[in-house]
Design a protein around this ligand. Structure first.
Ligand SMILES: *Cc1c(COP(=O)(O)O)cnc(C)c1O
Length: 434
């Protein structure tokens, strides 16, 4: 039986977000290998997780080393060299002041959930602020503070207040600068959401799953200043766009802010499950045994993450992502298709917003067909956005310029084919996407 059919028979739909029937047996560099041997250019990197591409020698070596003499299995009741070294490196690369600590986890979800619980407990404040469209994870606690339409059915945390994210392409109240949103937040903090009751503001420095939205210049700086005025901690969720992807080690560096807590995931492990929160000791050290799972800080995943960070620095992957990303964005703009409303991003975090017409009507069906057609043509990427109409490109940071050019060509062809009706609706029937 074909691998995809075997998957249908045994794997739970609860953990599926599928766009086309891709079934993998291997991968190397920026390429995935399908059953049957076809090679696909991966422009998603598994939503950014495979930050160094597949089967990277540095990660293979690190994992093999960690398993050849295994320093335990957990961090709870024993410490281990790889976990401590990873935490030391995270502190070294993450700007911040005073006594700080690192919490290690498995996923962006558990890291955001821990940050949420810790800021509440440590400050004694119950309220949390976040953005409409924000995706902070898929565990109960991280969903409770998210604002993504894919989680509409989830009961939100009682103290949660969501505010609009500034989208220069679809401005809130016609104001592309973000000032109207800042005024709205200030009014809330001085009124019905008293600032002194708010523990933290959760921020994505680029709103990824909400539509790969890059905030206008200065917005996050002003928001951080506003938070500081009320003693509200800023939690920067760098899970998808952090760690060299945007052309800087941290995406928040583009904004000139220094968040109180920084959350890492996805690309940190290069494909292995590991996440981290970096923040003040008064928050991350305020109690013992507060947020732990047995395999948190296990030496294998910690070694992989350390290898990822070392490779990023040694190979200057932030600079590489900046340059290849700029070339890719230029190529995408040069496609000059009227169904492309906007091309935006930083480095290798790129969004291509598809529209129906000059009124910018979101083209969700076109996005579904485009990603399907691109897979047929040999490239993998998905779409995001509250209207499901933004192609998201987060390829491995090691992507070459030639691979980027090839990717742009496939994207252009896929959009044209999809717009001209060359993708059969029946084929998409079982792929709901999101
Ligand atoms: C994916 C994502 C998460 C959740 O990470 P998981 O590894 O899926 O738990 C959190 N925040 C952002 C910004 C993400 O993109």
């Amino acid at each position: 039986m074909a691998l995809y059919d075997r998957d249908r028979a045994v794997i739970s739909g609860l953990e599926k977000l599928r766009f086309f029937p891709v079934a993998l047996v291997g991968g190397e560099g920026a390429h995935l290998i399908e059953e049957g041997g076809r090679r696909l250019l991966d422009l998603s990197a598994g939503w950014g997780a495979a930050s160094l591409g597949y089967a990277h020698p540095a990660i293979r070596e690190a994992v093999a080393g960690a398993l050849s003499s295994q320093a335990g299995a957990t961090l709870l009741s024993t410490t281990n060299a790889p976990a401590v070294a990873l935490a030391e490196t995270l502190l070294e690369i993450t700007p911040g002041e005073g006594e700080r600590r690192v919490w290690l986890g498995h996923s962006g979800s558990d890291a955001n959930e821990t940050a949420m619980r810790a800021v509440r407990a440590a400050t004694g404040r119950e309220r949390i602020m976040a953005f409409h469209g924000a995706y902070h994870g898929g565990t109960q606690g991280s969903m409770e503070i998210s604002g993504h339409s894919a989680q509409e059915g989830v009961t939100k945390s009682a103290g949660l207040t969501l505010v609009p994210y500034p989208d220069p392409y679809r401005p809130y109240e016609g104001d592309a600068t973000g000032e109207a949103i800042l005024a709205h937040v200030r009014a809330l903090l001085e009124g019905e959401v008293p600032g002194r009751e708010v523990a933290a503001f959760f921020i994505e420095p680029i709103q990824a799953d909400g539509g790969l939205i890059v905030p206008p210049e200065g917005f996050l700086r002003k928001l951080a200043a506003l938070c500081a005025e009320f003693g509200i901690l800023t939690v920067c969720d760098e899970v998808k766009v952090g760690l060299a992807r945007t052309g800087m080690m941290h995406c928040f560096e583009h904004e000139g802010i220094a968040p109180d807590l920084v959350v890492f995931g996805k690309g940190l492990g290069g494909g292995l499950p590991v996440s981290a929160v970096v923040g003040p000791a008064r928050v991350l050290d305020f109690a013992q045994s507060f947020s732990m799972q047995t395999l948190h800080g296990n030496p294998v995943c910690a070694s992989a993450a350390k290898a990822v960070l070392d490779t990023m620095r040694r190979e200057a992957l932030a600079d590489h992502a900046r340059d290849v990303g700029a070339a890719m964005m230029e190529g995408l703009r040069a496609l000059d298709l009227d169904r492309i409303g906007d091309v935006r991003g930083r480095g290798l975090a790129i969004g291509v917003e598809l529209i129906e017409d000059a009124q910018k009507t979101p083209a969700a069906n076109l996005a579904r067909k485009t990603v399907y057609r691109a897979w047929e043509l040999g490239a993998v990427f998905y779409y995001v956005g509250m209207s499901s109409n933004v192609l998201e490109l987060t390829p491995p940071l090691t992507l070459s310029e030639a691979e980027a050019r090839e990717g742009v060509e496939i994207i252009g062809q896929a959009i044209r084919d999809a717009a001209e009706g060359r993708v059969d609706d029946a084929k998409l029937a079982e792929f709901a996407g999101w």
